[in-house]
Ligand binder design. Sequence first.
Ligand code: GYE
Length: 352
Amino acid sequence: MGINKAKKLTTIGYKAAALLTGVTILLTGCGSFKGFAVSEVKTEDGDIETVSDDALISVGFSQLGSESTWRSANTESVKEALSTNDGFFLIFDNARQKQEKQFKAVRSFISQRVDYIVICPVIQEGWEMVLTEARDAGIPVILLDRSISVNDDTLYTTFVGEDMYAEGASAGKWLEEYLEDKGMDGKDINIVVLEGTSGSSAQVGRTRGFGAIAARHMNWNMLASANGEFTQAKGKETMERLLHEFDDIDVIVCQNDDMAFGALEALDEAGIKTGEKGDKILISFDGTKKALELVKEGVINVDVECNPNSGELLAQLINDLEAGKKVDKTNYMEEKVFTKENVDEYIDERNY
Ligand code: GYE
């Protein structure tokens, strides 16, 4: 059965679902998602989408939230790569930063008997029980973007995402070289860190990676680390607080661009400049277009890329699994480090 037929079934399903609001029906009666089935799904915009057909691979996707520019790009990337035209039926759920909501979504995917479950885990810990349920149901789980901390790695099939530790270490190494170039490597350097969601692999990995480099330098003083929750608003609030607390900050590390934008608002209001025109070094992560423009302007000194475009690789991995191929357990995205020297060639192609 081809994709065209699947599309036809979508239309039939839409009408059926319009009549049966709030109900999910499986016409096969065998309890399997595969086969002729009509299922109602609400999209993010509140539209009703229904479909199912043998030709489509059904994927339940638990996205952790929509806190940042990066996150929106990541969601877009998955939706684009797992489209009906590509042979997928995607069920999207936004957990709005709540692990409990992710558990609920996963359980609902299990009861719908999807073919695959994809999770961007908001935090690292606490996944054993729900992943055991998925494993017992025979549904492969793919972790996307953030990783988890479990002893039993058979609880998930594969991980596709970013190497957060390497990102943190890249930021540290950049600072090391920069200070050396400026002849400041013997000077006391006071550092504050605006961290992302506590307990997320992004926060833990970047903190550890940067910390490993910092540990090599007795003169790097970690003044404070504060939670900015990966959002612009919280980044601003946290920076304001740190500025009240400390008047001798040399380096500000923001674990994502949105927090850096918020920090820049607070700094601007306090009349403080960063980068080339100021006396504070600003380090950020993600590499969004707006941030790359600020790197070009010399406001952000360095931006360590975190690549959100993992949708294509995710689709590839699912297709490989469908074909019975063995896939790698860990699949890292390619990432760069942006400074004024190299940023020009990347700004135009950025779509997030
Ligand atoms: O850096 C941040 C986001 O998990 C790598 O989450 C991701 C981080 C990203 O919201 O912007």
